[in-house]
Structure formats: structure tokens, C-alpha cells
Design a protein around this ligand. Structure first.
Ligand SMILES: C[S@@+](CC[C@H](N)C(=O)[O-])C[C@H]1O[C@@H](n2cnc3c(N)ncnc32)[C@H](O)[C@@H]1O
Length: 210
């Protein structure tokens, strides 16, 4: 949605990625299927900035992939903070754990492999200051409903890909686009939250629980 030239300009005014994030990006691009799922430099800095502003004690990420966004979100944690990150892709587990081990934030990361809805049952005792929903998009609404009561007042729920490459503007929407539009309308009608969509990459819904 934004030209490559402008994207490059944005990066010149944006903090650089550290060497581990650069490594994860390069490794994902060359060795992992569907590398475009990774948040990447600019969105990663947005997530890091939101986390640092929020200074969360507990973060939940649904959809780890190669761990890029996990490390960005973890940058804003309190000294005793923890990020739980959930993914069902066992094939990536060794690679992701190896990369987390290289980070000074490793001790703050709890990485759970399995279906997210099952993993959430294990976390039912927790409360969250920040949640990043970035997994199977058809379940955005399900994840939102499942975690809502565990999010503290003032906490943030961030949902990725809510502009769906601009397809949500289309009149004749396919099933995936209808799901995204349905989720966006659900949030717009939810009086328990304040919300806006940041036009970052594929659209980040930033939702704050009142
Ligand atoms: C878009 S990627 C996450 C990208 C990552 N958050 C980032 O920004 O770099 C989506 C991930 O969700 C995972 N996923 C999809 N369905 C899932 C499910 N039902 N339970 C757990 N993880 C799931 C996929 O395996 C994939 O790694």
C-alpha cells in the first residue's frame, strides 16, 4: 500500500534493527516457507515502540513464526516481565529456540508449541498488559474473545493484517476478506475498547481496553 521508495525513506528515519533481528530476517527469507509473514524492520520497530510505551509485565503473542516480533515486543518488558508466544509449527521450533537463545531477552520468553486455543487454556491463570494476535486470521475473533477478560484495563490488543492488502475495500469479498472485515466491524462496535488501525504494512489494529 506504500511505495518502495517511501518505505525506504521511512526506514532512514527509523531505528536500526539489531544484529540478531537482521539475522532472523535474512535466515527467514532464505530458508523458511512464506517469509513475508515475518513482521520485518519497520513493523518490528512499531511493535517495539508500542511495547516500550506500554511497559508491560505480561505479553501474549499468538503466532510466533520465526520469533522476529517476539523479540521486538520483548524489548519493552519490565525487568520481571514475561512474553508468552504461541505457535503450532513444530518444524520451526529448533530454529526459533536457537535464535531466542542468542538474545539477552531469552529468559523472558516462554515459547509454547501447539494449537493456540489449547495453549491459551494453559495460560488461563495469567493476565496480560499487551497481546499481539498474528496467527490464523479466521480465528482473530475467537482469540479476541478468549483473551479479552485476561487483558488488564489500559492493556493493548494489537491485531495484524487487518487491511488484508487493501482487499477489505472490495465489494465482492472472498471468504478470508469477509472474515477480516467481520472482525474489524466487531471491534468497531465493541464499546469496551478504544481503537484505531495504523496503516503500517498490512494494517495493525491497535485496541486499548478501557
Ligand atoms: C504471520 S505468522 C506470525 C508472524 C510473527 N508474529 C512475526 O511478526 O514475525 C503466523 C504464525 O501463526 C501460526 N499459526 C497459524 N495457526 C495457528 C494455530 N491455530 N495455533 C498456533 N499457531 C498458529 C503459524 O504457524 C505461523 O507461524
Amino acid at each position: 500500500m506504500i511505495t518502495e521508495e517511501l518505505q525506504n525513506l521511512l526506514l532512514t528515519y527509523c531505528d536500526p534493527e539489531d544484529s540478531l533481528l537482521q539475522h532472523i530476517d535474512r535466515e527467514t527469507q532464505s530458508k523458511v516457507l512464506l517469509p513475508r509473514m515475518l513482521s520485518g524492520h519497520f513493523q518490528g520497530r512499531v511493535l517495539s515502540m508500542l511495547s516500550k510505551i506500554n511497559n508491560p509485565k505480561r505479553i501474549l503473542e499468538i503466532g510466533t513464526f520465526t520469533g522476529y516480533a517476539t523479540l521486538c515486543l520483548a524489548e519493552g518488558l519490565t525487568p520481571d516481565g514475561i512474553i508468552y508466544t504461541l505457535d503450532n509449527n513444530e518444524e520451526l521450533e529448533d530454529r526459533v529456540r536457537a535464535n531466542f537463545t542468542k538474545s539477552p531477552l531469552n529468559a523472558k520468553i516462554i515459547y509454547l508449541i501447539g494449537d493456540a486455543q489449547q495453549s491459551l487454556k494453559v495460560l488461563s491463570h495469567e493476565t496480560f498488559d499487551m497481546v499481539f494476535i498474528d496467527a490464523d486470521k479466521k480465528n482473530n475473533g475467537t482469540y479476541y474473545d478468549l483473551i479479552f477478560d485476561q487483558v488488564k484495563s489500559g492493556g493493548l490488543i494489537i491485531v495484524d493484517n487487518v487491511l488484508w492488502s487493501g482487499k477489505i475495500l472490495s465489494q465482492a469479498q472472498d471468504k478470508d476478506t469477509q472474515n477480516i472485515s467481520g472482525f474489524n466491524n466487531k471491534i468497531a462496535a465493541d464499546k469496551r475498547v478504544e481503537q484505531l488501525i495504523l496503516p503500517v504494512r498490512d494494517g495493525l489494529f491497535v485496541i486499548r481496553k478501557k
